[in-house]
Ligand binder design. Structure first.
Ligand code: 1HN
Length: 348
């Protein structure tokens, strides 16, 4: 910032003594901390990182042998950003983890202020119940658990089921606005048929009452089957963006906006040989590769990915994707929260 003359020894000593007296009164001199508080541009403590599924999966299965879903409440291996270990965060604002539920298990019903998303990674036969409605989980499905809705999970199949959880826990805790409670029984009663509103009316036509309050909103599941169809159609007919390839954002049919107030989610198709131009944005982004193979360069570091690998791009680092084969990437970030606060920026 401003260049200052080097103070004399006496001045330095006087300042140090003064700071000690300030400290004793729960005060501190702004001029000593200001440049760290107000950076010229985002200076994330988070680091770019990747979790290869082939390394994390055996650890998840070990967890499966050591603790039940019931004992754990949620049997999850938390993905911690290596730049901010020990706080259960994958970015400054988001939590992410890989959850395992084994055949016959139930993860008991509870609710909390934090909003959650599930992105199914592996296995058939599990369901998640949200606000009285069960949704079957298939690999690639994207499912919402809005704030303060009771939710429980179960595996009625014969194979392990794993999904990626994304929650806005750090945002809720930033505001000291966390509430949570158990339902009191393992599973909540079901009050709606699976896929009720969406199956009957489609995303463009919903009964008025579904719009009137978040607690009466239906469970939103975005089945991969339909996502994949839309991507294939756009890949064949739509323009391919220099940066993003063919990218779509998931829309909440009840609001027409982002899936949840704090979390936005996206899915993109990158054709074989795609070499994306770099982009930097203020929303740190969690990616999960679904199909294909490629390399993403984040702030000069390159990460090779394949199906089921999870990687994270911190705020403002340039991100560019290369696809070795036709590829699909799912991603999520805090973009809606930043937009609501007038903070979001992106430059190509
Ligand atoms: C939670 O409720 C779930 O319901 C998963 O599956 C992960 C991480 C932090 C706090 C609550 C779930 C969670 C969580």
């Amino acid at each position: 910032m401003q260049s200052r003359e080097e103070p004399t020894h006496e001045v330095k000593e006087a300042r140090r003594a003064f700071y000690t007296r300030l400290d004793a009164r729960n005060t501190t001199p702004l001029w000593e901390v200001m440049s760290g508080l107000v950076t010229r541009e985002p200076a994330s403590k988070c680091l770019p990182a990747i979790w290869h599924y082939e390394t994390v999966r055996p650890l998840l299965m070990e967890a499966g042998a050591l603790i039940t879903a019931k004992e754990a409440e949620r049997r999850v291996i938390v993905l911690e950003n290596p730049g901010i270990r020990g706080v259960s965060q994958i970015t400054q604002s988001l939590y992410a983890g890989l959850q395992l539920i084994l055949p016959g298990e139930v993860a008991p019903s509870h609710r909390h202020a934090a909003s959650a998303l599930r992105f199914v990674i592996e296995g058939e036969g599990a369901y998640t119940a949200v606000d009285g409605e069960r949704t079957r989980m298939h690999p690639g499905d994207f499912i919402l658990t809005p704030s303060w809705t009771f939710h429980d999970h179960g595996n009625e199949g014969s194979e392990p089921v794993v999904w990626l959880d994304g929650l806005d826990v750090p945002i809720v805790n930033l505001f000291d606005s966390s509430f949570a409670e158990p339902y009191g029984e393992e599973s909540q009663p079901l009050s709606r048929q699976e896929g009720d509103a969406l199956a009957r009316f489609g995303a463009n036509l919903l009964p008025v009452e579904y719009r009137s309050g978040s607690l009466s909103a239906p469970t939103f599941c975005y089945p991969y089957e339909r996502t994949r169809e839309a991507l294939a159609w756009l890949a064949a007919h739509g323009p391919v963006d220099d940066v993003h390839g063919v990218k779509m954002q998931y829309v909440n049919p009840a609001s027409g906006g982002y899936p949840m107030p704090t979390i936005g989610a996206f899915v993109q198709w990158l054709p074989k040989g795609f070499t994306g131009a770099p982009v930097r944005a203020t929303d740190s982004t969690v990616f999960c590769a679904v199909e294909g193979r490629g390399t993403t360069t984040i702030g000069g570091q390159s990460f090779d990915w394949g199906p089921r690998d999870v990687f994270v791009a911190p705020s403002w680092l340039p991100v560019s994707h290369r696809a070795e084969t036709d590829s699909v990437l799912f991603s999520f970030s805090d973009r809606p929260a930043q937009k609501a606060l007038g903070l979001w920026r992106e430059t190509r």
